[in-house]
Write a protein that binds this ligand. Structure first.
Ligand code: IPD
Length: 274
């Protein structure tokens, strides 16, 4: 099994580099934009092209594996099913709004699960040439350098990463603003990088102490959560229970104590299940 995982990892890096080239090239050009679940839920032809390319490449190598992709799911409208089979989970561009607005925090995110557990995570930010990687039990790395989360235990001294997200439902927006109000009041400050995957990688490297978001999907966080936890961060459901890949929400914090302080502080939005 070990050599198989090593091979998956090599292939994951290869496909991330390929995807990165396409994204980096398109980043400088004019974008063709469409919307999905809301006027702020964006997709471009590059998202679709990168996912197609990645799936074609991977399916040829691993015809018996399962594949979950953001844009394929949007196109087919099929209900997500995570099985015990090896599953390649892709967000071709996490941070599509950044991509559209020429903000360089855009990434290709690829997580592999076996028995519904993330075992490999690769998050590549091609414009910044930052390759975050993790294999279960083997630590997390940025361009080959080992990562360690901050170790912060006190919310008062923490920077917390959060997002407005893409829902424009007034009730959801209001609850998210209440959370932001509470976070600003309780901490050193908040930050938003515009990509769930990148946010988790920032926590992994200690550039920010914690991150919580409601309304994301498995493809946004499955790779980043492994990178964060392999860097020593705690990854949970925001309520404090075990993280649930289908529950559309995640919390990562440098320490268990910081995670608890955030769980106690936040309104836990129920965004439905995938
Ligand atoms: C988005 C990012 C962002 C989050 C949005 C997501 P996408 O993913 O992860 O951080 O706030 O809710 O939709 O659409 O750019 O892949």
């Amino acid at each position: 099994l070990d050599h198989q995982l090593r091979e998956y990892y090599t292939v994951a890096l290869e496909v991330a580099r390929k995807a990165g080239e396409v994204i980096k090239d398109a980043f400088k050009k004019e974008k063709t934009i469409d919307t999905k679940s809301s006027a702020a839920d964006l997709v471009t032809v590059t998202d679709q092209a990168v996912e197609k390319m990645a799936f074609a490449f991977l399916k040829e190598k691993y015809p018996s594996h399962k594949f979950i992709g953001e844009e394929t799911t949007a196109e087919t409208g099929e209900k997500l099913q995570l099985t015990d089979d090896p599953t390649w989970i892709i967000d071709p561009i996490d941070g599509t709004t950044n991509f559209v607005h020429s903000i360089p925090e855009v990434c290709f995110s690829l997580g592999i699960t076996v028995n519904k557990e993330p075992i490999i995570g690769v998050v590549y930010l091609p414009v910044l040439d930052q390759m975050y990687t993790a294999q279960k039990g083997q630590g997390a790395f940025l361009n080959g350098e080992k990562l360690k989360s901050s170790g912060q235990t006190d919310l008062k001294k923490a920077v917390v990463i959060c997002e407005g997200g893409s829902s424009r439902d007034p009730d959801i927006v209001e609850k998210k603003l209440t959370n932001i109000h509470r976070l600003v009041t309780a901490s050193h400050g908040i930050r938003s990088y515009g990509s769930a995957a990148a946010n988790l990688c920032r926590v992994a490297q200690g550039a920010g102490d914690a991150y919580a978001e409601y309304g994301i999907h498995i493809w946004d966080f499955v790779a980043g959560m492994l990178i964060a936890s392999e860097a020593g961060a705690v990854v949970k459901d925001p309520s404090g229970s075990e993280v649930d890949l289908m529950s559309r929400r995640v919390l990562a914090a440098a320490t268990p104590s910081l995670a608890t302080q955030l769980s106690d502080l936040l309104i836990h939005l129920d965004m439905g299940r995938d």
